[in-house]
Write a protein that binds this ligand. Structure first.
Ligand code: MN3
Length: 207
């Protein structure tokens, strides 16, 4: 993945893996403008400001998240680091064209959910029912695929889970395009804008 997987700070905003208009009509270029250039960039900038001169400054983004998770004195650093990581993962979880999981991931999806359609339904319901800001995730949990939702900035790597796909369900992810209609946003991206090749690569790394 094109983020600070191995090296330490200063942390950078990785380039988007697609053009800003590439996800239309599911997600507009205007939403990406704000979401990537304002929200995501702000998390990265704030993180650099907060860790400057501290022992966290030279760590990888993943290590900063693991070190600060659950520590209320470090909450601001955790939130900005986890949001930086989550957004890197979210952009990679989206694709301009409809994709399918490879045979190996599809077989695992069928084993754990029954079918790809059933998994998409579980993902949609997870995003619909989550109260307030957060994320929906497809994760690998001890050899089993699961759908989980997390609140605010919380991320699977604080729970020893491997993420395969992330869906941002903060209002800023969909409000310009769908206003309060979160289910319409979820349907639009879950039907044919998820990057199943990326998910398969994460599965391959994690299994
Ligand atoms: Mn967001």
């Amino acid at each position: 993945m094109a983020h600070n997987a191995a090296k330490g700070g200063p942390f950078t905003l990785p380039p988007l893996p697609f053009d800003k208009a590439a996800l239309e009509p599911a997600i507009s270029a205007r939403t990406i403008d704000f979401h990537y250039d304002k929200h995501h960039r702000a998390y990265v900038d704030k993180l650099n400001e907060l860790v400057e001169g501290t022992y966290l400054a030279d760590m990888s983004l993943e290590d900063v998240i693991k070190k600060t998770a659950g520590d209320s004195a470090q909450a601001a650093i955790f939130h900005n680091a986890a949001q930086a990581w989550n957004h890197n993962f979210y952009w990679n979880s989206l694709a301009p064209t409809a994709q399918s999981p490879d045979a190996e991931l599809l077989a695992k999806i069928e084993e754990d959910f029954g079918s790809l359609t059933a998994l998409k339904d579980v993902l949609t319901k997870s995003g619909e029912k989550h109260f307030a800001s957060g994320w929906s995730w497809l994760v690998l949990d001890g050899g089993k695929l699961k759908v989980i939702d997390t609140s605010d900035a919380d991320a699977p790597l604080t729970k020893n889970l491997s993420a395969l796909l992330a869906i941002d369900i903060w209002e800023h992810a969909y409000y310009l395009d769908y206003q309060n209609a979160r289910p319409k946003y979820l349907k639009a991206i879950i039907s044919d804008r998820l990057n199943w090749q990326f998910a398969a690569a994460q599965f391959d790394r994690s299994k």
